[in-house]
Write a protein that binds this ligand. Structure first.
Ligand code: 4NP
Length: 158
């Protein structure tokens, strides 16, 4: 069976998208579906290319049993959108940057990461925790954890 390929995109690829990447890998593993998925993450900006994730994000993830071992890389259009089946943007700026770099017939692959949160009034963005305090990282973890479950369930039809 063809593997489903998921790509998570944020601005720097050191906080939000690597967290989604590794939380999703764990959920896929827990479901016994590791041979059916490929997961990656990247950032719109190039500032942190090759760097490990933010130490505050690593610490928060580790408290929840998730080990972040990612090295940041920049989003690479148009091949990233061609290669991946589902591209999830963490916020609206990321979403528009990806959409603007995506061929018309592939735009349907690009979604907001929180798009499956039903009945949610207001913002469907994952706030950038980079310039804020520690509590922002825990908030992002809870949001990412919840939405990775929603996304996985949607894809596997659970
Ligand atoms: P991320 O957070 O997009 O969740 O990885 C950021 C990390 C770094 C920067 C911005 C956002 N930065 O401006 O360097």
């Amino acid at each position: 069976m063809e593997k489903k390929k998921l790509l998570f995109v944020c601005l720097g690829n050191i906080c939000r998208s690597p967290l989604a990447h590794y939380v999703m890998l764990k959920k896929i593993k827990d479901e016994g579906l590791s041979d059916r998925f490929e997961v990656d993450s990247c950032g719109i900006g190039a500032w942190h290319q090759g760097e490990s994730s933010d130490h505050r994000m690593i610490k928060t993830a580790s408290r929840h049993g998730i080990s972040l071992k990612h090295k940041a890389r920049q989003f690479n259009p148009p091949s990233d959108v061609r290669n991946f089946d589902h591209i999830f943007a963490m916020d609206l700026n990321n979403y528009h940057d990806i959409i603007n770099a995506t061929e018309e017939e592939l735009k349907h692959k690009v979604k907001l990461f929180r798009c499956y949160e039903e009945g949610k009034a207001g913002s469907l963005e994952v706030p950038d925790p980079y310039f804020g305090g520690e509590s922002g990282f825990e908030k992002v973890f809870q949001m990412v954890d919840r939405n990775c479950s929603l996304i996985l369930n949607k894809i596997i039809g659970k």
